[in-house]
Design a protein around this ligand. Structure first.
Ligand code: GLT
Ligand code: MN
Ligand code: MN
Length: 388
């Protein structure tokens, strides 16, 4: 049994905006005093996180004079080196300032698109300087309330043009930096373009440098769309595109709640953690979540520790599930193979097709046997509930 304590090899990270969230919502003002980025780094070190992720505006408010910017960066780097906390990911805020009210890369206004690009390049320069290896692009306002305002096809073209510019910039600077696109179906826009991880994966294939671009799937965002998050993650992994992941939790069909990881849908999160651990995902496990509005900063610490501890408990449950003799026997049974059709793997030949077409299948015999998935799922629940 593990101590469930976070260690650097677990790669647990939090954005500045997560533990630094002050509890503002559309119906009420902040409930916690803001703490500085340096204080956030110390809080994360105290709870045992590996890293902190950087949003340009969270660290350097828009319009900060150059000298002040240098001081902020110096102090932040000092906090990183004092605590050993790493900064593996950078991301630009292209959604808060009113200039982005109709999108950034997809705005109809070329000045807004140019500003979004400038802000991205500057964020990348600072992020790389502080150690970032991944740049996340979440197009929070890349969408519409009314499709009278712009053509969705033009918007996808504009997004492509913007991302191609960014990847060429990264190459021209010789940066060791990958780009991870984060999908969300809606909120704050009525509809956001490329609303799911699957849509992002299709889009990436159309870019100039698809090898530099992957995805950053978020639990809450796929759950808003009623989708199975682990399936989206598996497809991204299969495509070699799982560059980053945003872990949090919530039920299907709600607004973006960003709850503590594992606080709502335990079984789904169990299969997610099992997948990540089984395949050996080695990137950041980023908790893009925040504490309930009911909490003070002790509650924020409880929240952060809870995200990491639940991940580690689910990781241990996954190992237990994999080692369970009865589960293994059931899986072996449903995957039994007498070798009769092994010739179908390793590609097509006309001879294989002819041989296959001549087979008489015992449809009723094959269909008659139960698959014991009820038993398998019950055993899964028993592992999760701690009675196996
Ligand atoms: C914002 C959003 C997240 C994104 C962040 C990166 S910012 O908090 O809700 O899903 O990952 O831009
Ligand atoms: Mn979210
Ligand atoms: Mn996110």
């Amino acid at each position: 049994m593990s101590d469930y304590l976070p260690r650097p090899e677990h790669k647990f990270t939090f954005g500045l905006w997560t533990v630094g969230n002050v509890g503002r919502d559309p119906f009420g003002p902040p409930v916690r005093p803001a703490i500085s980025p340096v204080e956030i780094v110390h809080l994360l070190a105290e709870v045992g996180a590996y890293g902190v992720n950087y949003h340009d505006d969270d660290l350097i408010p828009i319009g900060t004079p150059a000298a002040e910017q240098d001081r902020i960066i110096r102090d932040f780097k000092q906090a990183l080196s004092d605590t050993g906390v790493k900064m593996p990911m950078a991301t630009a805020n292209l959604f808060s300032h009113p200039i982005f009210r109709d999108g950034a890369f997809t705005s109809n206004n070329p000045k807004v698109r140019a500003y979004a690009l400038q802000k991205t390049l500057r964020c990348i320069d600072i992020g790389v300087d502080m150690g970032a290896k991944v740049y996340v692009m979440w197009g929070g306002r890349e969408g519409t309330e009314t499709d009278a305002s712009k053509s969705p096809a033009d918007s996808v073209k504009r997004l492509r043009e913007g991302i191609n510019f960014v990847t060429d910039y990264i190459r021209s600077q010789g940066y060791d930096l990958k780009v991870a696109l984060e999908a969300k179906p809606n909120e704050p826009r009525s509809d956001i373009y490329l609303p799911t991880t699957g849509a992002m994966l299709g889009f990436i294939a159309t870019l100039d440098h698809p090898e530099m671009v992957g995805v950053n799937p978020e639990v809450a965002h796929e759950h808003m769309a009623g989708l199975n998050f682990a399936h989206a993650v598996a497809q991204a992994w299969d495509a070699g595109k799982l560059f980053h992941i945003d872990l949090n939790d919530q039920l299907f069909g709600r607004y973006d709640q960003d709850f503590r990881f594992g606080s709502v849908m335990l079984k789904q999160n169990f299969f997610l953690v099992k997948f990540l651990e089984d395949v050996g995902y080695s990137g950041s496990r980023h908790f893009d979540a925040h504490a309930y509005r009911t909490e003070d900063y002790d509650g924020v610490r409880d929240f952060a520790r809870g995200c990491m501890k639940t991940y580690l408990i689910l990781k241990e449950k996954a190992a237990r599930w994999n080692a369970d003799a009865e589960i293994k026997a059931l899986l072996a049974e449903v995957n039994a193979n007498d070798g009769e059709f092994d010739y179908l793997s390793n590609g097509f030949t006309p001879e294989k097709a002819e041989r296959l077409k001549a087979v008489e299948f015992d449809r009723d015999g094959i269909a008659a046997k139960g698959l014991a998935y009820e038993r398998l799922d019950q055993l899964t629940v028993e592992v999760l509930l701690g009675v196996r």
